[in-house]
Design a binder for this molecule. Structure first.
Ligand SMILES: [Cu+2]
Length: 477
């Protein structure tokens, strides 16, 4: 079957689906009795109050970093050295650790042969520091420099990557992690980051330089055939029995989704997308879509002396190896005892089902454009779509409707939201997100109270889909 035939099939499917949805809507128009009132909205906003730091608590300390993007070469594994891009010649780029309250100053220089920017994924930065070309800044041309300066408002696990030709620049190795440390963070015996990526390597042992192919665009983006953790196909974390570790997983892949399985270790989910959860649950089985982060709390049982645990990914039918946790054949150390600090306020928003949808984003594909296929939001590609406006400090309900058969991890910049319902069924995840995965034909309702003002990107984090138009903006005012 040719790509065009496949796309044709997709259109027929999409038209069928549209007719079905119209029929469904005609039916549902008669049934719902929503009680959207100013009182309901007020109550929903009150539930939220106190969830986020409204202003930064700048300490006056400045933590300064020099970051340079340039062409590089990278040894993925023995015999496979690829032409890459890198920050400071490292893959992953440098791990930036800053104290909550410190101002982060990044002196960035672009020595790539193409323009770039840096987006600080999940960090509530001043709008002008968000790194989105054509929205918050001009692209940084080769040979040019730019100073990013912001004071993070939230502690947690965040990351940074380019927002220009993302499907190529991120795939070639441009990404790094930003960790904001809270003085109230408990003392784990180790605090470790696992940056999870996949690479598409040709039989000749080179990085496949065909970006944005028709196949990748008409499917779930570019999935690689080699998975690395911290740039290694054989990442090993050495621990002692009794240790209590904080493991931060960041999915920087263009498109691949992971479902980490830590068993037989018990791994508690303590933070999602950088933000603390309202109650600890198992981290095994959580979907880590592109852009997502999870922080897990693992106590190594004393009975695991001398054991090796392989952490795997079970999202696809094949089980993929991520990294290994190797327990020393030594006496146990004493386990630090503390309760991980949970989110102080997390709205339940159980009455949000009664609120009308304030903005709906319909996700779909069509033929056309530079790549022969375009991914659309409400029938438009970036930048033709008009921005929607969200009211700062008010409860807002957004609906994402996936009318395609493909995966779309939708990422809203500058704001955190909570999933309210999937396919109309209320859910309570107990954590905030900045990126939510939509599966085929799925509808996801999210609630938020926007607090950071400006024009923010809202796009699919499958980087090939974003490249083919799947991006729009919201204005918070
Ligand atoms: Cu997508």
């Amino acid at each position: 079957m040719t790509a065009l035939q496949k796309i044709g099939g997709l259109s027929v499917l999409a038209i069928g689906l549209m007719i079905f949805i119209v029929l469904m809507r005609m039916q549902t128009d008669i049934t719902p009795v929503l009680n959207d009132t100013p009182q309901l909205r007020e109550a929903l906003r009150e539930e939220f109050d106190g969830s986020f730091a409204l202003t930064s608590t700048a300490s006056g300390v400045v933590q300064e970093f020099d970051l340079r993007a340039a062409e590089s070469s990278f040894e993925l594994t023995k015999g496979i050295t690829i032409s890459s891009f890198a920050y400071n010649e490292q893959i992953p780029g440098p791990e930036l650790r800053v104290a909550l309250g410190a101002t982060v100053k990044v002196n960035f220089r672009n020595d790539l042969p193409q323009p770039t920017t840096i987006h600080w994924h999940g960090v509530r930065v001043p709008n002008a520091m968000d790194g989105v070309p054509g929205v918050t800044q001009e692209p940084i041309e080769p040979g040019e420099s730019f100073v990013y300066e912001f004071t993070p408002k939230d502690p947690g696990t965040f990351w940074f990557h380019p927002h220009v030709r993302g499907s190529e620049q991120v795939e070639k190795g441009l990404y790094g992690v930003l960790i904001v440390e809270d003085p109230e963070d408990p003392e784990y015996t180790q605090d470790v980051v696992w940056v999870v990526d996949d690479w598409r390597i040709t039989p000749a042992g080179k990085l496949d330089e065909r970006f944005n192919t028709g196949h990748d665009l008409s499917h779930d983006g570019r999935w690689g055939n080699v998975i690395t953790v911290n740039g290694s196909v054989d990442e090993q974390l050495h621990v002692k029995p009794g240790e209590r570790i904080r493991l931060r997983l960041v999915n920087v892949s263009n498109a691949r989704v992971y479902v980490p399985d830590f068993s037989p270790l018990e791994a508690g989910l303590i933070a999602a997308d950088g933000m603390p959860v309202s109650g600890v649950s198992s981290a095994t089985g959580i979907e880590l879509a592109p852009g997502n982060r999870i922080d897990v709390d693992i106590t190594v049982p004393t009975g695991f002396r001398g054991k090796t645990i392989t952490v795997t990914d079970t999202f696809t039918r094949a089980t993929n190896r991520l990294g290994q946790i190797i327990v020393a054949d030594e006496d146990a150390v004493s386990t630090p005892a503390f309760d991980y600090p949970l989110a102080k306020i997390m709205p339940l928003w159980s009455t949000a089902v009664e609120a009308d949808v304030d903005a709906e984003y319909v996700l779909d594909a069509r033929r056309g454009g530079e790549y022969g296929i375009e991914w659309t939001i409400n029938g438009k590609t970036f930048p033709e779509a008009e921005a929607i406006t969200l009211r700062s400090g008010e409860f807002e309900k957004i609906r994402f409707t996936n009318e395609s058969a493909r995966l779309h991890p939708m990422h809203l910049h500058g704001q955190f939201f909570k999933v309210l319902a999937r396919n109309g069924k209320p859910v309570n995840e107990g954590f905030w997100r900045d990126t939510v995965l939509l599966k085929r034909d799925e509808t996801v309702d999210v609630g938020l109270v926007p607090v950071d003002e400006g024009e923010w990107a809202n796009h699919c984090h499958t980087l090939e889909h974003a490249e083919a138009g799947m991006m729009t903006t919201v204005i918070v005012e």
